[in-house]
Design a protein around this ligand. Structure first.
Ligand code: Z5A
Ligand code: MG
Length: 188
């Protein structure tokens, strides 16, 4: 309806928590119910900045930590104008990782050499090892203390279907709650 804005729904969590699966399911379900909803993911690897990030993640390229952090940030900023426009038009955005991953992953980089040496074959990309992911998780818990953001915690060990139902209910409530609120800013 005219004047009603969309909700910004961000899915955050450690590696393989099921964010992409749930993001896709949520957008499909919202659209099937007649809502306007789009799926975004970060890093968005298709832009020039995104391709650089992707080559870093797959270990084709080595980049200095601060520079990588700023590239992830720039990759979000290059999408902010279109995101704000869509939200204003009433399109709900389901976002697979956002600025919270930016903080959590960079702040987890103070791994001790002992911990780093324990890295196993968790995955092939950078950051995909259990001690690093544990630090990321602790950083997410820290970020969740910010009560100005409407955090909801999911038990990612539940079935895809159960999680989908829970997330859809929360998304619908959130869309109702924010529809007449002005667009805010994330971290000034
Ligand atoms: N990063 C960063 O450093 N700074 C930043 O600013 C940002 C990101 C934005 C790439 O992210 C890396 O970038 C990431 C953070 C860093 N590094 N790590 N780790 P990415 O999002 O492109 O990729 P990813 O984080 O590695 O996540 P993922 O592999 O995409 O995981 P997921 O999306 O959470 O999971 P999934 O693909 O939906 O599911 C994984 C598998 O589990 C799949 O086979 C599913 O079918 C299965 N699955 C899903 N849910 C369930 C349930 N409930 N039960 C059983 N099986 C399930
Ligand atoms: Mg994913």
């Amino acid at each position: 309806m005219a004047g009603r804005r969309g909700a910004l729904i961000v899915l955050e969590g450690v590696d393989r928590a099921g964010k992409s699966t749930q993001g896709r399911r949520l957008v499909e379900a919202l659209r099937a119910d007649g809502h306007c909803a789009d799926l975004l993911r970060f890093p968005e690897r298709t832009t020039e900045i995104g391709r650089l990030i992707s080559s870093y993640l797959v270990k084709e390229k080595n980049l200095e930590d601060h520079a990588v952090h700023l590239l992830f940030s720039a990759n979000r900023w290059e999408h902010v104008p279109s995101m704000r426009e869509k939200l204003r038009q009433g399109i709900t955005l389901v976002v697979d990782r956002y600025a919270f991953s930016g903080v959590a992953f960079t702040s987890a980089k103070d791994l001790s050499p002992e911990e780093a040496a324990e890295r196993g074959n968790f995955g092939n990309e950078r950051y995909e090892n259990s001690s690093f992911q544990e630090k990321v998780l602790q950083s997410f818990y820290h970020l969740m203390k910010d009560k100005t953001l409407n955090w909801k915690t999911m038990d990612a060990s539940k079935s895809i279907e159960d999680l989908h139902r829970e997330i859809k209910t929360i998304a619908e409530e959130t869309m109702q709650e924010v529809q007449n609120k002005p667009l805010g800013e994330l971290w000034k």
